[in-house]
Structure formats: C-alpha cells, structure tokens
Design a protein around this ligand. Structure first.
Ligand code: XIL
Length: 320
C-alpha cells in the first residue's frame, strides 16, 4: 500500500521525513520499524541529539553519541539527513548562557562549536539548521546570549563559519510561526537580506510548522509565505510539522479538520517550486513534545498512540 515518502518523491519532493526521538528508538520496536521504513519516512532529523547541550555539554568537550543515532540510522537506511541545530537560545548548556562573554570570546566559542559539530558530520547532512529561532513572535529580535553580545552580527557570522566547516551542506535559517506571514515573517525576510548583504551564504529557510487545528492558514496563503523566501533565491521546507488539537480528546470533526490542515500545509509545499520537503515532528502522538510544552493540547501527528493511521495520514497521502 502507499507510503508517504514514496508518494512525496513521486510528487516531486526530495523527501517526506520525521524527527527521530533518541529516547524511544532503542526501546520500542514498533517505533523503530516505522523510523526504519524509508518508504514512509525518507528523511530523518535528530529530535535532540545534535543540539548544543547534547554535543558540547562542557566547553571543548564534544559528545556525538546522541547525534550519531540519527546520522547512523539515516546512513544505514539511505534516508536524507537534516541536521539540527547549531546556534539557538534554547537547550544551551549553562556554561554558554551564564558565561560573561565579549564579542571576541563568544565568536571563538561559536567557531569551536560549529567547526567541531559540523566537522563530525561533514558530508552526511543534506542541510543544517545553522540559526534557529532568532526572532520573537512580534517580529523583534529575540534576546539571547548571542543577540545580547553581538546584536544581529552573530547571524551572518554563524553562516560564514558553517560554510567553511561543511561547504556542501545547505545552510538554513529555521523558525516557527513564519506560516502566518505577519511581522515575524517580515523580520525573517530581513534576516535573509541581512545575511546576503553581509556577503554570507544562506541556502534555505525552514518553516517549522508547529500549527493549531482550525487556525492553520489555507493552502494559498501558506504558499504565499513560502514564496517570499524562494523569491530571494532560497529553497524552503517544512521542518517540524505538527498540528495540535487545543483540547483533548479531539472530536471526529476535529480530526477531519486536522486532516484538512495537514493537506493544506503539504499541498502548499507542492505548489511552490523550491519547497523541497516536509518533515513531521514525530511519528506517533504517544511521544510528541506537544503535551509537555502546551498543556492540554496534543494529538498533533499522523499516527495515534497505538500506531493507527489517523484521518490526517489519509489526507496527506491523498494530497501527495
Ligand atoms: C523540542 C523537542 O521535541 C523536545 O523533545 C525538547 O524537550 C525540546 O525541543 N523548535 C525546535 C525543536 O527547533 O528543536 C524543538 O524540539 C521544538 C521547537
């Protein structure tokens, strides 16, 4: 029977993928079977294993055991690997957030981190999320140890370091709520332009796609937002797609609305030359990050807690 990556590739995408949870891959055989089915998920991204707190928990001490789980799985199965993420305000170890840095010392910390992590995975990552979530929801720059030290100069700096570390990886800016095409999207356009005018390389923008059932923009609005970035010469992708119900359990009609929302998101990628793939942020509702972060919300993925395909799975398969 039809599988999502096979359908996506036939529809012209490079992959339909998922994040891999390092917490469950070795303990749940049903979970592992789906992750390893490259006809269903032709792309993988580590849910947590390549983040700063996992890869450089103390300064200069690198650990790749968690990140290697996803990289090795993708290699073994022939899946496209997205690598995530290098410069982000969250999941940063305490030594970074509470250090007292100057531009020069923090630049050297970024240089060491990006060079070592990208160097370890050199040649394996189709794309790297070089900078993640640099913009607040109101369109102002998000404060972080990086912004507080450099203003926006850390952004082109990170892209320049990344290009040297792995010249063949596509270098992405990745963020959420770009789908609404509001002030935050405007600032993301400015971010791309500021990287480009600094003469630094940037290849793509990732739309995370953490959306809400019933409040997801329509297919053509979503395509309009994507095209703002392809117009700048970049590729785009949905990188962390999930569409959560605000109250649980969802009604039959809410499950149908969720399916329609998923179809609009995937359909918008098909409508935009330069939208290269879709990654969902998890396989099963059972292991999704949503209930912990948005209490009371959930059931945001394509498979339910018992690995049954939901109406949204059928909607996605029909639009592909
Ligand atoms: C989330 C993971 O899913 C959780 O397991 C973790 O506890 C927190 O981070 N934006 C991102 C992802 O770029 O890395 C986040 O992943 C979700 C929001």
């Amino acid at each position: 029977s039809a599988t999502l990556n096979d359908l996506a590739v036939r529809a012209g995408l490079k992959y339909f993928g998922t994040c891999l949870s390092e917490s469950y891959i070795n303990s749940d055989s049903q979970y592992a079977a789906l992750i390893n089915d490259k006809t269903e998920f032709g792309g993988l991204v580590p849910e947590n294993g390549m983040k700063w707190d996992a890869t450089e928990p103390s300064q200069g001490q690198f650990s790749f055991s968690q990140g290697d789980i996803t990289a090795n799985t993708a290699k073994k199965n022939g899946q496209v690997l997205r690598c995530h993420t290098l410069v982000w305000y969250s999941q940063l170890p305490g030594w970074v957030t509470s250090g007292s840095w100057t531009r020069s010392t923090l630049q050297s910390v970024m240089q060491t981190h990006i060079t070592n992590v990208m160097g370890h995975y050199k040649g394996q990552c189709y794309a790297w999320d070089v900078v993640n979530e640099a913009i607040a929801d109101d369109g102002t720059w998000r404060t972080s140890v990086f912004y507080n030290t450099f203003s926006t100069d850390y952004i082109p700096l990170a892209f320049n370091i990344a290009k040297t570390a792995d010249p063949n990886a596509k270098l992405y800016y990745n963020d959420y709520n770009l789908e609404y095409n509001g002030a935050k999207t405007d600032t993301a356009v400015q971010l791309v332009q500021l990287v480009q005018s600094a003469g630094a390389p940037i290849d793509g923008v990732g739309f995370q796609g953490h959306l809400i059932v019933g409040s997801t923009p329509g297919r053509s609005s979503l395509a309009t937002a994507l095209k703002r970035f392809t117009a700048l010469g970049l590729e785009v992708a949905y990188t962390e797609l999930d569409i959560r119900h605000s109250s649980l359990p969802p009604s039959t009609s809410a499950l149908a609305t969720q399916g329609n929302d998923f179809a609009n998101v995937v359909g918008s990628c098909l409508d935009v030359a330069g939208c290269i793939g879709v990654t969902v942020w998890g396989v099963t509702d059972k292991y999704s990050w949503i209930p912990q972060t948005f209490p009371g919300a959930g059931d945001a993925l394509l498979y339910d807690d018992n690995y049954n395909k939901k109406p949204a799975w059928t909607s996605v398969s029909s639009v592909l």
